[in-house]
Write a protein that binds this ligand. Structure first.
Ligand code: ZN
Length: 509
């Protein structure tokens, strides 16, 4: 029997859960405006043993000794992935704090003497009506980023790669990610290349038309700053009123046979409060017993989509089976929870759903769906190119100094918006989160096909669909990988094919 205080997998699970709950509760209180700041350091100190070297060692041993494919191995993989991420974050904490402080305080200097805070730039780029002003702002931003932020982010990427490789889990950064995530990155990268080829002609058409019509410029002139302005389609916002949002979406969830409040486990926080973040978020504080969906309803299509996305996360966590071990409720493949969030936010592409739960009305649904499909295709092509770039970044085959050119080339070719070399080390998600998103995108479209075949086109209001989703999907937590789940529910192997089909249907709507 283990001596008191000795770390075992079982005590690591118990304390890991208490630690995650404490962090999640503190973050929720701060972000929802219940207290001014999140005090995380005392929690990290109290639970130092949960993320210490002994915990890393313990989970690495468990992963190495478990037999491939067993439940033990699945558990150990999730626990080790968590430990590796925590270990890297702890090692890089000081650098991260410097980056966060820089982002909070940096000021972009414009040639005409005006100053814009760095945090505000994306909002201004999307809303400034004058294109020359947008381009000047982006130019000034890029100069500042190139000089100050890019070197810190490049250092972070290099040091994170070195830290992960030194753990000796698999040969190299990419192989380590593959071993811990279960995602075959090279295969996914090949799928991305194919997806980009398959949708090339379609994108050239819709991009050219949108850029000409809505921005009044030639397709070859468009930059990433123009993309922000183009995709901020506010013309439909009056048809997505703030007051209707939550009641309409709750009604829909009820119609599909799911209690949106999960018998009190899901808590909707819609009240205005000083200090509350304006962007909606889901805070799982105790899974599945206490899950918050926090939002300030502003209205507009983007707000509806964000609420649906966060609702997918909320229902997933609130309906996870409570007898699953810690690692399958709290850890595992985030492609799963992102897939559920996207399954819900993609209801905004569904003609029947839009007619029933928004104020668009018959006459505007098709136009809205075309705009939504254009945005979807742009984002997918951007993420596919991002993954291809990040695989090169970590693969070691491209010299560090040549990466900015590779970034500009890959992202500009895929999106047809010109990207800037200054962003090559800034526009990178840690630990291939792009791969989780791409998997989630594929998963939601595969799940949608299963739901349509089982519960018809309007599955989202079929009272038999909800109980199936709760039992077969949400209940399982993140025990499986996205690919395994898709196979189990009869969706076949994940691919971009159903996504391409949906986008085509949206564009010709
Ligand atoms: Zn999400």
């Amino acid at each position: 029997m283990a001596a008191m205080g000795e770390l075992t997998l079982s005590s690591l699970r118990d304390d890991g859960e208490r630690f995650n709950e404490a962090i999640a509760r503190e973050q929720h209180l701060a972000l929802a405006g219940h207290k001014p700041n999140a005090e995380l350091r005392p929690i990290y100190e109290r639970f130092a043993h949960v993320l210490g070297p002994a915990a890393l060692e313990l989970t690495r041993d468990a992963f190495r000794s478990a037999s491939d494919g067993s439940d033990e191995w699945r558990s150990a993989r999730a626990l080790l992935d968590w430990q590796v991420e925590s270990h890297a974050s702890r090692t890089l904490a000081e650098l991260d704090e410097r980056i966060i402080a820089w982002e909070a305080n940096a000021v972009v200097q414009l040639a005409d003497g005006r100053q814009v805070s760095y945090q505000r730039v994306p909002v201004d780029l999307a809303t400034l009506p004058n294109r020359n002003e947008r381009l000047a702002l982006d130019e000034a931003r890029a100069t500042l980023v190139d000089r100050e932020l890019a070197p810190m982010r490049a250092e972070r990427l290099q040091r994170e790669r070195d830290v992960i490789e030194s753990l000796d889990i698999a040969p190299g950064y990419i192989a380590t990610f593959e071993a811990l995530s279960g995602i075959d990155l090279r295969a996914l990268a090949a799928e991305c290349e194919q997806f980009l080829r398959d949708t090339d002609a379609m994108w050239v058409d819709v991009h050219g038309e949108a850029v000409r019509k809505q921005l009044g410029i030639l397709p070859g002139e468009a930059t990433r700053a123009d993309a922000l302005a183009l995709l901020r389609a506010t013309r439909f916002d009056p048809y997505f009123p703030a007051t209707d949002m939550e009641p309409a979406i709750r009604r829909q969830v009820g119609e599909m046979g799911i209690d949106p409040l999960a018998n009190g486990r899901a808590l909707f926080d819609l009240a205005p409060r000083p200090g509350k973040r304006s962007r909606a978020f889901c805070a799982p504080v105790r899974i599945p017993h206490e899950v918050y969906l926090v939002l300030l309803p502003h209205g507009g299509a983007t707000d509806y989509r964000t609420l649906l996305h966060e609702l997918g996360h909320t229902l997933h966590f609130a309906y996870t089976r409570d007898d699953l071990p810690f690692e399958f409720r709290w850890l595992g493949d985030n492609s799963i929870t992102e897939g559920y969030a996207m399954l819900f936010d993609h209801l905004m592409h569904d003609a029947g759903w839009l007619q029933r739960y928004s104020a668009l009305g018959m006459s505007r649904v098709a136009e809205y769906r075309r705009a939504a499909a254009l945005e979807e295709l742009q984002f997918l092509r951007r993420y596919a190119a991002k993954l291809l770039y990040e695989v090169r970044l970590y693969g070691g085959g491209v010299a560090w100094g040549a990466l900015p050119d590779a970034y500009v080339d890959l992202l500009s070719t895929a999106t047809l918006f010109r990207y800037r070399a200054a962003d090559a080390f800034v526009d990178v998600d840690p630990r291939f989160y792009a791969a989780r998103y791409l998997r989630a995108w594929q998963l939601q479209s595969a799940l949608r096909e299963v739901l349509v075949s089982r519960f018809d086109e309007d599955w989202y209001r079929n009272p038999r669909a909800g109980p199936w989703i709760v039992r077969e999907l949400f209940g399982e937590g993140q025990r499986e990988l996205a690919s395994e789940q898709a196979e189990r529910v009869g969706a076949g192997p994940l691919s971009f094919a159903p996504l391409v089909k949906n986008i085509e249907q949206g564009l010709v709507a």
